[in-house]
Design a binder for this molecule. Structure first.
Ligand SMILES: C[S@@+](CC[C@H](N)C(=O)[O-])C[C@H]1O[C@@H](n2cnc3c(N)ncnc32)[C@H](O)[C@@H]1O
Length: 229
């Protein structure tokens, strides 16, 4: 009888531990707690929800995911709209924050974004955020892998590239360059570290076909802009 009770006790303990573990795993699932989108009646309403609800929620985790500051996101969206970009490439998706800004801009121009991220967990999060925003696969495609290997295999020619990969971006610019059209614009996010992007800026000096400027968007970071003339 005692043995039977002991067995029942062990069974109850293992089932509840399993349930607790399941709950814990679910709690650790990507984007857990992200706002649930309402039913939208227009794209303008959806964009409003992205900017007023989804993005402020993501901005709480900005440091963890190394996202661009909001001012840089706004600038990127403005840039793709003002210059009517059609085929954009992003290197360094993280959880999809800058891809949301670019995606909204490209939705307005009828364009598309391909964004590449090496970290599988971040890829899942980015897809989840973009899906909530109604942009996944319709406007933005997230590709998982090492951009240095993935970009050379992409079929498209791009008229815009956003490289956000940290202080050493030259190898990523080099793999993107053959895929860029004449008149393409390349934006490279410059973190606020001394010497950040010095490799790229030096290399661009040797390429007179690229016209370069640096834009301070109001954040401590800046954006290096280059266009192929
Ligand atoms: C600065 S974060 C990008 C932030 C993102 N653009 C945003 O603002 O939301 C850089 C990302 O590049 C990814 N990364 C690093 N090396 C990579 C590589 N070789 N190929 C693709 N992604 C890479 C990192 O995992 C990281 O998520």
């Amino acid at each position: 009888m005692r043995r039977r009770r002991r067995l029942i006790y062990l069974l109850v303990v293992s089932v509840s531990t399993g349930l607790a573990w399941g709950t814990l795993s679910a709690a650790q699932a990507p984007s857990e707690g992200a706002p649930v989108p309402p039913r939208w009646s227009s794209d303008a309403e959806r964009h409003g929800w992205i900017m007023d609800v989804l993005m402020p929620w993501m901005e709480r985790f900005r440091e963890r995911y190394h996202n661009v500051p909001r001012s840089d996101g706004e600038f990127l969206r403005w840039l793709v709209v003002a210059t009517r970009r059609q085929q954009a490439l992003e290197i360094g998706t993280s959880n999809g924050y800058s891809a949301l800004w670019l995606g909204m801009g490209l939705e307005a121009t009828g364009g598309r974004l391909t964004t590449v991220e090496i970290d599988a967990h971040r890829v899942r999060e980015a897809r989840d955020h973009l899906k909530r925003a109604g942009l996944l696969d319709r406007v933005v495609t997230v590709v998982e892998g090492d951009a240095l290997k993935v970009v050379p295999t992409l079929k498209d020619t791009f008229d815009f590239a956003f490289i956000d990969i940290g202080p050493r971006a030259l190898p990523f610019f080099q793999v993107a360059e053959p895929k860029l059209s004449r008149g393409a614009i390349v934006a490279v996010h410059r973190p606020p570290f001394p010497g950040a992007l010095s490799d790229l800026l030096e290399a661009l000096k040797q390429r007179p076909e690229w016209l370069v400027t640096v834009v301070q968007t109001g954040a401590p970071t800046s954006i290096v802009l280059a266009t192929r003339r």
